[in-house]
Design a protein around this ligand. Sequence first.
Ligand code: COA
Length: 425
Amino acid sequence: MASKALEGVKILDFTHVQSGPTCTQLLAWFGADVIKVERPGTGDITRGQLQDIPKVDSLYFTMLNHNKRSITLDTKNPKGKEVLERLIKECDVLVENFGPGVLDRMGFSWERIHALNPRMIVASIKGFGPGPYEDCKVYENVAQCTGGAASTTGFRDDVPLVTGAQIGDSGTGLHLALGIVTALYHRTHSGEGQRVTCAMQDGVLNLCRVKLRDQQRLQHGPLKEYSQFGEGVPFGDSVPRAGNDSGGGQPGRILKCKGWETDPNAYIYFITQAPVWEPICDIIGEPEWKTHPDYATPPARLPRLNEIFARIEQWTMTKTKFEAMEILNEKDIPCGPILSMKEIAEDESLRATGTLVEVDHPTRGKYLSVGNPIKLSGSPTEVKRSPLLGEHTDEILRQVLNYSEAEVNEIAASGATGAPRMAAE
Ligand code: COA
């Protein structure tokens, strides 16, 4: 019998934009009751950002806030503060990614929250940890630049590049989710809540671990798997950008396939994994490379990678990326076609596993989203649409916080919850 893994866990979700919402969406997918607290009137700023349909919650918002409930609450209003206090006493976890100091200024320091509810776990994302930048506001690309991703991404002779993968925002959200479930597990035997913090710079650096590895390897000689080694270009004192070189011991490159002249994604990632070197030689029509001392072993190939990949590319250019994939996979040669977002959106197998899901939304209609990429055999994820702003204010006040009719009216009259709107404007 399937049950939700985090059933019974109540999350006070004070997150906005991308990093925090990624985290609480994951917890919601696993079955936690995620109560998103939003400012009356506007709510999470992303509801109104990058709107494709006027007055309808943006895809930015809907794709990051599935399976949550929304309550509007002005936490600067005295009555709003009272409601927030009650939420703190009722919930297991508070998650926030406000700018530095915001929660303290609101009157809810860790000490205060801990006094109100000693079992509460308080989880925060900030741009930086303690240090010279701790007071800075941070967005995705700032984290990519300060966490080591940008300086190591792109081509050597060109500017640093940021990547399309949201490693600063969604990556840190993932880190925080792990911290939260770890603290929840710890609480089962300690009985106490604790603080969980993730800095976006730290999250990005964690994902750039192999580049810090290379930084230290540099002290002992050139990085031979980088193409600049084969090109005879000397290394400086920090890890260079390596284009599309593979970061591991198995050299790889992005190579053109048939149609590359007109299709920006007619490319394949090709890895010359050592155990399949012989079939590679046969497929590209260089059988003598199997035994030739300049090509037969991985160390012999390292200074010749440009020449070798140029020869392989002559072959890949005669095939479409899907034909090449089929031929190479028959011989267990690792490779990956460069899939466009259009191709991914149309991928039937990703839809079959629920990694891509079609969701119906009352004001938007049907839209495509990324579902839960983490699959639990006993707790399958059902992706539910994101809440409208303030959609659950009344039910949360009455059913979760047990306010009486008179108290609900009093809260409404104070302006603490604002007027629920049915869509972003
Ligand atoms: N009721 C009343 N006020 C509210 C509120 C509510 N429900 N929710 C938020 N606010 C107020 C806060 O109290 C704060 O007021 P203050 O500055 O007077 O104390 C104000 O809204 C602004 O909050 P802040 O988080 O600083 O928002 P911002 O739009 O200025 O900055 C970020 C946005 C993302 C840059 C910032 O939140 C940040 O650096 N977060 C941490 C890092 C992060 O997660 N970045 C990536 C986001 S994807």
